[in-house]
Design a protein around this ligand. Structure first.
Ligand SMILES: *Cc1c(COP(=O)(O)O)cnc(C)c1O
Length: 399
């Protein structure tokens, strides 16, 4: 550990409330898919700030929009009409079957908005006294009290009880269990098409289609959390589009403004009737600065057809990894994913492999201590991905 890094670490320990366990790196600079640490060492970034900087760090086109907007208008609150918001709304809605959008600032907030809309729509429009939302084991929906309750993971809620009620978890890939869990109090199902924090676990297509059909049959809402998988990462603009699903509500955030905090919830015209003026609000949501950046993000993704690029690069990396898996039997347990959302399950030696990757200049995330999770920028050079695969092979050989 370098002197510079140690002193940064020590300084932080005095200042910040302990709530993160950090990787042993202090990052000072980024350009597209490359990062530099405080000692000047360069890394290939395969994590993109957890699927956030999907167009790369300090992308020139995004920087130009940010600079321009910074001299025009930042924030006036949602008391006013702002065209920046409308431009983003038009761009966002052009990507899916939804009719209306609500802006907020994070993934958890987007899910809170989705939960509130589902409940209020059911109560006020459908006139049904139902509020319970079913979620899937292994899911992650955020860290607010409501989204923690939806996430249903004891380790994350330890010490924070009581959590809001009205959430129930069902096992994945078991439609009978879901059907049995639906009661007259159920108003919606909320799921991630590819579970991200759960370790990159794609839900099977037939199961997802069964869930949607069950929601239609029982007349409850179908909600997709696209916070991580959305924005072209899985090969379609939204992950649910891979399977022709049409959720009533969807939430998103991470890549929306390429690193500026921003979230959104989209709904059909019918379900959007669940909110009226005053039902829900946020001070910062859809501010002009973040909205202008978000608009550029969506335009670039559409212009450059980045969902196709993600599908192509994901396929080429996964076949390279599959070959590696065959050459080194037993070293890789499973390769999972969709597009550029990839999990490489290594097992108990994973932390060691991950740290060696860092030493050799490759940053990815270590998921549940057993899986390497890759969420690179959609603009990453194929060469960077192949260099990662070569380096991983080299490390696994000597393991
Ligand atoms: C990251 C994430 C969230 C929470 O987003 P925050 O911006 O951290 O609140 C919710 N759902 C999914 C699927 C996520 O990956």
């Amino acid at each position: 550990m370098s002197q510079i890094f140690s002193s940064i670490k020590e300084r932080e320990e005095k200042l910040l409330i302990r709530s993160y366990s950090r990787y042993p790196l202090a990052i000072v600079k980024g350009k597209m898919s490359h990062l530099w640490d405080a000692d000047g060492k360069e890394y290939v970034d395969l994590l993109a700030g957890i699927a956030v900087t999907a167009l790369g760090h300090c992308n020139d086109e995004i920087c130009a929009v940010l600079e321009n907007q910074a001299h025009k208008l930042w924030h006036v609150s949602n008391l006013f009409y702002q065209e920046e918001q409308l431009e983003l709304a038009e761009e966002m809605l052009s990507t899916s079957h939804h009719d209306k959008i609500f802006f907020c600032n994070s993934g958890a907030e987007a899910n809170e908005a989705a939960i509130k809309l589902a409940r209020r729509y059911t109560k006020k429009v459908k006139k049904r006294d139902a509020y319970e939302i079913l979620t899937i084991e292994g899911c992650f929906h955020g860290r607010t009290l409501g989204t923690l309750a939806a996430t249903g993971r004891q380790a994350l809620s330890d010490g924070f009880e009581p959590l809001p009620t009205g959430f129930r978890q069902v096992p994945a890939n078991d439609i009978a269990a879901m059907e049995a869990a639906i009661t007259e109090k159920t108003c919606a199902v909320l799921l991630e098409v590819v579970q991200g924090e759960g370790g990159v676990v794609p839900l099977p297509e037939h199961y997802l289609k069964q869930v949607e059909a069950l929601c239609r049959k029982k007349d409850i809402l179908f909600i997709c959390d696209e916070v991580q998988a959305g924005f072209c990462r899985t090969g379609c603009f939204w992950a649910f589009q891979n399977y022709g699903l049409t959720p009533d509500i969807m939430s998103t955030a991470k890549a929306l403004a390429n690193g500026l905090p921003m979230g959104a919830m989209m709904a059909t015209d019918q379900v959007a009737k669940g909110f009226e003026a005053g039902s829900h609000a946020t001070t910062f949501g859809g501010g002009a600065l973040a909205a202008a950046v978000g608009t550029k993000v969506v335009r670039i993704m559409k212009r450059d057809d980045l969902s196709k690029r993600a599908a192509r690069l994901g396929k080429s990396l996964c076949s390279r990894l599959a070959a590696l898996q065959e050459r080194l039997p037993g070293k890789i347990k499973e390769i999972r994913g969709l597009g550029l959302m990839i999990g490489i399950e290594i097992g108990e030696k994973c932390p060691e492999v991950w740290l060696e990757l860092v030493h050799r200049g490759f940053i990815c995330s270590l998921s549940h201590n057993v899986t390497l999770r890759l969420l690179p920028a959609l603009t990453i050079e194929e060469e960077d991905l192949m260099n990662f695969a070569d380096t991983l092979e080299d490390i696994l050989k000597t393991l």
